[in-house]
Design a protein. Structure first.
Length: 703
């Protein structure tokens, strides 16, 4: 590969997927870094000759360097998430140290740091006019460089850089261990009694997995059926399997993933926490939590724990009642677990109680939610709220897998394209990491010719793929997940900020980053929205209205237990990053267990090692920030409450509110503090009342 042909060196435009082989990456990254090093050295040299540096002289060349690396390394990391292979892992691990090294070099550039501080000082003295967006970007840039160790003495900086490289290696290894442990466990079921209670769609999925594993004769009706720990199989199995021993076997395997043998993450966790603590102290902070809070709305760990406690009190009361009801139902049905409810029983008996109380069968709803219709409903809602149209553009962009779709977003008012996105909807066990996420492909920014680059998003889900002639039929939870990720995508795609450093999700405080995503989830309980997309995939008949009423009634079902689970994760994360030390008598796993025992509705079992597969904290950027989901949910619920207050059927009022929401939350991105953006939309400070009301826990609301 030469510099003229290696696609990693393009640095702009839609990536030419299909050309990024491990060999291409292995050749392209060193050449790119060499080019960027030369550009950086040139930029630094030019800065040393300037007495009064300007924005154009400092920030624009700096952004061009950063953007080329973001584009190329972003492609590599994206492929690691959706097309994992041993060859790709190997080249990633080979190139990662050099990438981390360059980021450290960039973040510790003394000429750039000096120029930024000069600009800040000249602005304060009235000598350099900067608009509010530029001021925010400049402040964040100085802060980011300080957090990257620009002010450290040479010996400390060397240690800081070595630790940064090691932290990146550990996170990648941690994630690989989770993927390997997940795909490394399976259970072949041959007796029809072993799949008693399982819905047809799950039996078909398990039979398909068995065929892929070499059992060519496998069918949904006759088996064999292969169970795995990927969520499309594992989740429904725990909800529907009548075989308690098999539920227990699967549950124990799931919660102990990556905790033993070659994929044991325990030593990695200890090292990650120890190294993060050391980095924090080098930077002048006591804990990694304090470093994390620099980019958050929350002002302190204590402020976060106050929110946790506000939400815990009503949730604890509700969860106690919920578990008693599950145990009582099990007793009524003469099940032995009624006397001693275990974690592997909760999903099953919750589903049974949901059916009894609401006459609602979650699996039976799938035929009304085929992916294509859900997309139509989602796109129709966005047209209604935000005055945009979303058009299929398959074939306009190269993709990394045959199932990936591409779409264009058009502004209806101007009738012009403004954004695009990829959708990769289906699970691919062993190749694609679990969960769902949104990431940036292209960021809104002017190109060198002055034309505006349209933002493009990656939207990744892990729902059940089509099987034979049956399309992808979604659970209601799948629908919520898609709406959630699309909310992130909207904030990325509908930004109107022209400076890329603050466009879309850039510079949005980390604990407000889920506002736009969780806001969209609320529309899954809006009747016109749901009824517009819920039609039976075979007959075309709409979802019966009484089924929608059941969905709405079940919204708060087991809400206390679910809330405690999230609060347990949030508090465990804080405890590890604010209080745990390498010389602590407790291991990180013991600390996590202690918090879970105190907060979770049911105490963890002895071999529960959820901490070993919790990628958010150790491979996903949420260290000391998992609480952000609940912090953001307070904001999102309160934002949706504004629509409830004008009545959801009032089209004129909803349209006006949708425009205001687009013009604030979705448009302003990180150009303003998240609290200011929220107040611009809502007209006041946020309240927990709406979240607690939506969760059926309103008696404990705190303003």
């Amino acid at each position: 590969m030469t510099s003229t042909t290696n696609p990693l060196l393009l640095g702009e435009g839609l990536p030419p997927y299909g050309h990024f082989t491990p060999e291409v990456i292995g050749a392209g990254m060193p050449e790119l870094l060499q080019q960027l090093e030369a550009a950086l050295a040139c930029h630094e040299a030019s800065l040393t000759t300037l007495e009064d540096p300007t924005w154009e002289q400092v920030m624009e060349p700096l952004h061009r360097i950063e953007e080329r690396l973001r584009w190329a390394w972003g492609v590599v990391n994206h492929l690691m998430g959706v097309c994992d292979s041993e060859a790709l892992r190997q080249v990633h691990s080979q190139q990662q140290p050099a990438v981390v090294c360059f980021y450290n070099r960039l973040g510790q550039s003394e000429p750039i740091y000096k120029a930024l501080r000069q600009m800040r000082q000249r602005h304060r003295e009235g000598m350099l006019p900067l608009d509010v967006v530029q001021q925010r970007i400049l402040t964040a840039a100085v802060q980011a460089m300080e957090l990257q160790g620009v002010g450290l003495e040479p010996e400390q900086r060397q240690a800081f850089n070595a630790t940064s490289t090691r932290l990146a290696e550990l996170s990648t290894t941690y994630s690989n261990h989770v993927l390997d442990a997940t795909k490394g466990w399976s259970l072949l079921l041959k007796d029809p009694q072993q799949v008693d209670g399982l819905p047809e769609s799950l039996r078909e999925l398990m039979a398909s997995a068995a065929r892929e594993a070499g059992h060519a004769e496998a069918t949904a009706a006759a088996g064999p059926w292969q169970l795995g720990l990927d969520l499309p199989r594992y989740g429904p199995f725990l909800r529907y399997s009548r075989q308690r021993d098999l539920r227990e076997q699967a549950y124990r395997a799931y919660v102990s993933r990556a905790s033993v043998g070659q994929t044991d993450n325990h030593p990695l966790i200890r090292e990650l926490l120890t190294l993060r603590h050391g980095q924090a102290q080098r930077l002048g902070y006591n804990t990694w939590a304090q470093v994390s809070l620099v980019s958050k709305m929350a002002g302190s760990v204590e402020e976060i724990e106050q929110l946790v406690e506000e939400l815990r009190r009503p949730s604890q009361t509700a969860a106690d009642v919920e578990l008693r009801q599950l145990g009582q139902l099990a007793k009524e049905m003469d099940a032995p677990e009624g006397e001693d409810l275990k974690p592997w029983d909760v999903a099953y008996w919750s589903e049974q109680l949901r059916r009894r109380r609401f006459d609602l069968d979650s699996e039976a709803l799938r035929p009304w939610f085929p992916l294509e219709q859900v997309l139509e409903g989602l796109f129709g809602l966005c047209e209604r709220l935000f005055d945009i149209r979303i058009l299929s553009a398959d074939g306009e962009a190269p993709t990394w897998h045959k199932d990936v779709r591409f779409f264009r977003v058009v502004d209806q008012g101007q009738n012009t394209p403004i954004a695009g996105f990829y959708l990769d909807p289906y699970a691919r066990p062993g190749q694609k990491r679990g969960g769902a996420w949104m990431d940036e492909c292209l960021v809104r920014q002017p190109n060198e010719e002055g034309r505006m680059v349209h933002p493009v998003a990656y939207l990744i889900c892990n729902q059940t793929p089509p099987v034979n002639d049956t399309p992808s039929l979604m659970t209601f939870m799948d629908v919520q997940t898609l709406f959630h990720e699309f909310g992130h995508g909207l904030q990325h795609m509908l930004t109107t900020i022209d400076r890329p450093q603050a466009a879309g999700l850039n510079l949005v405080e980390d604990d407000a980053i889920e506002l736009a995503s969780q806001f969209m989830e609320n529309w899954c309980y809006d009747q016109p929205t749901v009824m517009a997309m819920a039609r039976h995939w075979q007959t075309g008949t709409p979802l019966p209205e009484d089924e929608f009423r059941k969905i709405s009634a079940a919204r708060t079902f087991m809400a206390g237990t679910a809330m405690l689970r999230q609060l347990s994760f949030a508090q465990g994360d804080l405890e590890l990053h604010a209080r745990w030390k390498s010389d602590s008598e407790e291991t990180p796993a013991a600390t996590w267990r202690r918090i879970a025992t105190t907060l979770a509705a049911l105490p963890p079992i002895a071999e529960d090692a959820t901490i070993c597969s919790f990628e958010h904290l150790f491979a996903g950027g949420y260290a000391a920030g998992y609480y952000s989901y609940k912090w953001s949910e307070v904001l999102s619920a309160d934002a949706f409450a504004a629509f409830e207050e004008v009545e959801l059927g009032n089209e004129a009022a909803i349209g006006a509110l949708g425009k205001r929401y687009r013009d604030t939350v979705l448009s302003l991105g990180g150009s303003r503090h998240a609290g200011e953006v929220f107040r611009a939309f809502r007209g006041r400070e946020p309240s927990t009342e709406a979240l607690l009301r939506h969760s059926g826990l309103v008696d404990g609301a705190v303003h």
